[in-house]
Design a protein around this ligand. Structure first.
Ligand SMILES: [Zn+2]
Ligand SMILES: [Zn+2]
Ligand SMILES: [Zn+2]
Ligand SMILES: [Zn+2]
Length: 252
């Protein structure tokens, strides 16, 4: 059973004598299930206040607090004031200290990172709440939470780099070497050269594909209009690509 420390403070109208500390000790002993935990001492800086420290079972703390104090009121002579406190255990104290040290170290690290001129999202330039990309280790907004599922919005820097660049594609697929010269990446997109070029050169990159290959623009199979695959608003089916005006209306 977990136990917690309690301190009962009793202020006397006279200087404390043995009969007072004896009464403190026996009141404390009747309220604890661990008599070895009982100690009685004089409060620091107040010679007329005696302190009894002991442990009580944790779960009972709340309902026994009145009864604990009552016991001292009934048995300690010359008492004029009572109070109780539940100091943190040393283990809790240590835990709280470690947590606050960790938080402090984290704040210091963030402060330090902000001094670095490179601490800046390479997409939008923001200088707060950044993380490093897994693929290329660059600072970027820690903002995936901003993306609403199925919204297809492009408001998250982190998601844009992760979803729309060869850098992330290359990393996610475990390719070796530099994405800019990766034959596997190139091969995976051999039928979608336009997307390959877009993934390699769009604004979600911090370094771009140096010599993007030329590609034939995609055109609408019906009207011949050029379709920019990266912009959306087209359909792709057995007849090939159809532009926004020619694609079948699912609501028709
Ligand atoms: Zn950003
Ligand atoms: Zn990257
Ligand atoms: Zn690759
Ligand atoms: Zn068309």
């Amino acid at each position: 059973m977990a136990s917690m420390k309690v301190r009962v403070y009793v202020t006397l109208s006279v200087e404390p004598a043995n009969r007072h500390s004896d009464a403190m000790r026996s009141s404390a002993s009747s309220r604890t299930d661990d008599k070895a935990s009982v100690s009685v001492f004089t409060a620091k800086g107040d010679s007329r206040t005696l302190v009894a420290e002991f442990t009580v079972p944790k779960a009972r703390q709340m309902d026994v607090v009145d009864r604990i104090v009552q016991e001292f009121e009934d048995f300690v002579p010359d008492a004029i004031d009572f109070s109780a406190s539940f100091p943190r255990s040393e283990a809790d104290e240590r835990k709280a200290k470690r947590a606050s040290e960790r938080a402090k170290a984290k704040r210091a690290a963030a402060r330090e990172a902000r001094k670095d001129p490179a601490y800046r999202c390479f997409i939008c330039g923001k200088r707060t709440k950044l993380v490093k990309t897994e693929c290329c280790g660059r600072w970027i907004c820690d903002d995936e939470h901003k993306y609403q599922l199925f919204s297809y919005a492009r408001n998250s820097c982190h998601r844009n780099h992760r979803r729309f660049t060869l850098c992330a594609y290359h990393y996610d697929n475990g390719h070796k070497g530099d994405w800019k010269t990766c034959p596997k990446c190139r091969d995976d997109f051999k039928d979608e050269l336009e997307m390959f070029v877009w993934y390699g050169t769009n604004e979600y990159n911090w370094e771009k594909l140096p010599d993007p290959p030329a590609y034939m623009p995609t055109t609408c199979a019906k009207c011949g209009k050029v379709i920019r695959l990266s912009d959306g608003g087209y359909s792709h089916g057995k007849d090939g690509y159809l532009c926004g005006s020619c694609m079948p209306n699912p609501f028709a």
